[in-house]
Ligand binder design. Sequence first.
Ligand code: PAF
Length: 284
Amino acid sequence: MITRIPDVNSVRASLQEFSRPLALVPTMGALHEGHLALIREARKQVGSKGTVVVSIFVNPIQFDRASDLSSYLQPLEEDLARCEAEGVEIAFIPDKSELYHDDRSILVTESLLTKHLCGATRPSHFDGVLTIVLKLFNIFQPEVAIFGNKDFQQLAIIRRMVRDLNVPVKITGHPTVRQNDGLALSSRNSRLSPEQRQDAPRIRRALKAARDLNGNGEQKPEVYLEAARKHLLSDAPEDFSIDYLQLVDAETLQPVPKVNRPAVLATACFYGDIRLIDHIKIRM
Ligand code: PAF
């Protein structure tokens, strides 16, 4: 385990000396099977001679709600045990003060792909994500970094940052890992009550039901949105609500006037104050 940036620098220098590739898996901890899949992908990418780094840092500047930050689980012992069991060489667990100066005044901002979806309902969230991810890239200079496709908007803006700022790292996305009933794995799932957990697969079911309209060649976005909304809300528990439900172009992430090219139907829903996201591709 490493907590200080100077210690990273000396490890990095010796890896470079022996041309050993480094794969970075940025996380906020509370590691679950979805993260373990990212770690395994990282190992696949760099092989047994490479180094896999998992960073665990609950990045305060990407939280738009104080209650979300304070309730974010931080089971450090379990996380370290999981990293060890997966053969992770370095777990980077810095303090906030190691990463952020009190008078910091630079943020990384993306201004197009963040206009809708989570970018619209969580103002400044992606500035926080891009800023910490770029910092981690600069600290570790990884050959490859792995992110989950579940956060597809996050993945898209990270790819855009790497492209637009010429960051020398390969970005790999990994398919969403789901439970048998379709619920996408998320650290937030463990905060759901048993009743909420039982109900939560409604999100996946609603997206699939809307996506199935695609078989009939449906092109009107409002038809997909209406079908998904109906399934999301039918017999929903009282504490369930939709944060957003949008159909966007798969590349530009802008709402589509007509579904005649690959699109993504995406939603964020609340059970009380627990926010879950999911999406489904609509191929044409
Ligand atoms: O996806 C996450 O867990 C976070 O947004 C990330 C990429 C680790 C940045 O804090």
